[in-house]
Structure formats: structure tokens, C-alpha cells
Design a protein around this ligand. Sequence first.
Ligand code: SF4
Ligand code: F3S
Length: 106
Amino acid sequence: TYVVTENCIKCKYTDCVEVCPVDCFHEGPNFLAIDPDECIDCTLCEPECPAEAIYSEDDLPSEMAHFLELNAELAQKWPVITEMKDAPADAEQWDGAPGKLEYLER
Ligand code: SF4
Ligand code: F3S
């Protein structure tokens, strides 16, 4: 599966959702999650993310390992998103900011 990681939080550019052939992105207030049971590892979303927040499970850096379970959990409770929408007005300021996990809204 592919995994959305910390740098998506408060950036949420949503370019990723347009290319997913199986609609497995789920939208929360300030983060997106991939449903690992639906993702077919097509690889298309990874290069689309301006925040470089998407990784293959196989390439997931160890410090981001907890995002695998977090995607699975949040994808269960959030609705599917298939169309791109405007990013938050301050998305650019948050791109690359450290410690964003504490701002994740469920
Ligand atoms: Fe969707 Fe493909 Fe990305 Fe999986 S790898 S989330 S199937 S676009
Ligand atoms: Fe998030 Fe990147 Fe998609 S910032 S919403 S994973 S394009």
C-alpha cells in the first residue's frame, strides 16, 4: 500500500486524489488517508503530491512507520475524496514544518 505521511497535515493539496484509479483517498479536516485495503500500488499518487508526503509502504522511513496504521484507522472513519479542492490558505507556510502530527484533526 501507499501511505500519506506527516507533511500532508495542514497542507492537504489534494492533487493526489485526482490520479487514484480506485478512489482510496479519504478526507479528514486537515489530512488525507489512504485505505490500505483498497490501494493497488499503482504508484501514480506519489509524484503528484507537492508536499512529497506520499510513500510506498516499502520505502516508508522508520520515523514515519506509525503512519501506516494511522492511514488504515482514519480511512475507516473518513469519507472518500475524488476531486481536487483548494488547499488551505496557509498551506505553503506549513509545507516542511516539523512536528505537525500534534495538529492532526480527527
Ligand atoms: Fe491510489 Fe495508486 Fe496511490 Fe494506491 S498508489 S493510493 S491506488 S493512486
Ligand atoms: Fe496531502 Fe499531498 Fe495529497 S499534501 S492531500 S498527500 S497531494
